[in-house]
Design a protein around this ligand. Sequence first.
Ligand code: NAD
Length: 350
Amino acid sequence: MKICVLPGDGIGPEITAEAVRVIEALDLKFELEEALLGGAAVDATGDPYPDATRKLAREADAVLLGAVGGPKWDNLPREQRPERGLLGIRKDLGLFANLRPAILYPELANASTLKPDVVSGLDILIVRELTGDIYFGQPRGIENRDGERYGFNTMHYTESEIRRIGRVAFEAARKRNKRLCSVDKMNVLETTQLWRDVMIELAPEYPDVELTHMLVDNAAMQLVRAPKQFDVMVTGNMFGDILSDEASMLTGSIGMLPSASLDANNKGLYEPSHGSAPDIAGKGVANPLATILSAAMMLRYTFNNEAAAARVETAVKKVLAQGYRTGDIYEPGTTKVGTKQMGDAVLAAL
Ligand code: NAD
């Protein structure tokens, strides 16, 4: 069981170090190897996704990533920008399924802009298709037609693309509360009528999962009205882009949000949903919990070790209940700690 660790830039090295300590403490005989990605890789090799990293990432069963980017690299030519490394590795590994949980621990209910009773105890998972849809559809462009500029994009999905993301979502629902809501716009868009049809065709293979459907405009409303009605939501690339950001902000705390991107064999790239936070990099104050929770997702989805994943998540809940907080989630009356002390607290809770 091989894990490729890519600390990246900014706070990346600080937060991944804590997640690595947690993984090692589980004593599950993982082989961990580190490589460069993003700005750190550009500085060392001129390439944001160097060959050595590509080789390691391809060989590994899973990749744990911190974050990439920062002002130092903002003015480089496009092909040398740190984000190119991120897009490069996602494409190279064929990661088509993006899983983003939005969990609001009761202790952090005040961090949300919504009323605590609406969001406290929230635990939903958004499964977003990542490699198709209108974001990649051809033809696309801006042209001059009949004397004016004309912009166009193409939305499309094949049934096999829908089926494979559907399967990921049904499987994920099986590991949770067994309710799956598929989000589409079938009343207007044919592509998403096909989406709904394929989801309905898949359902008999998962008789233990309850499948429902919702139009995307209603889903956007329901997420802020009564988000706790959802367990797992599955949707296409564009709707998923928007809904997963909306859902993550229900929690109000960016330092707490993990994510996973999977291929067809459950190989995955696991990373916090936040960026490299250059404003606090090197200060030892970043919240490592999103990265630690990403490692828990790795245990669940790539290594199929539910017990170890739950153990890490329970440890995180425990440190929050004990009152430990990094600066981003601090409230008066709690104990403010730095990155390493938060890691220490999680290890102690484990
Ligand atoms: P950001 O998520 O890095 O930071 C936004 C704000 O949240 C900052 O104030 C930061 O200090 C805070 N924050 C983020 N993570 C935190 C943590 N773990 N603990 C405490 N506070 C935290 O977003 P940004 O400022 O828009 O982007 C900074 C850089 O990160 C840019 O170069 C951007 O391109 C890059 N970025 C990378 C990724 C990625 O690697 N997946 C994602 C988003 C942004």
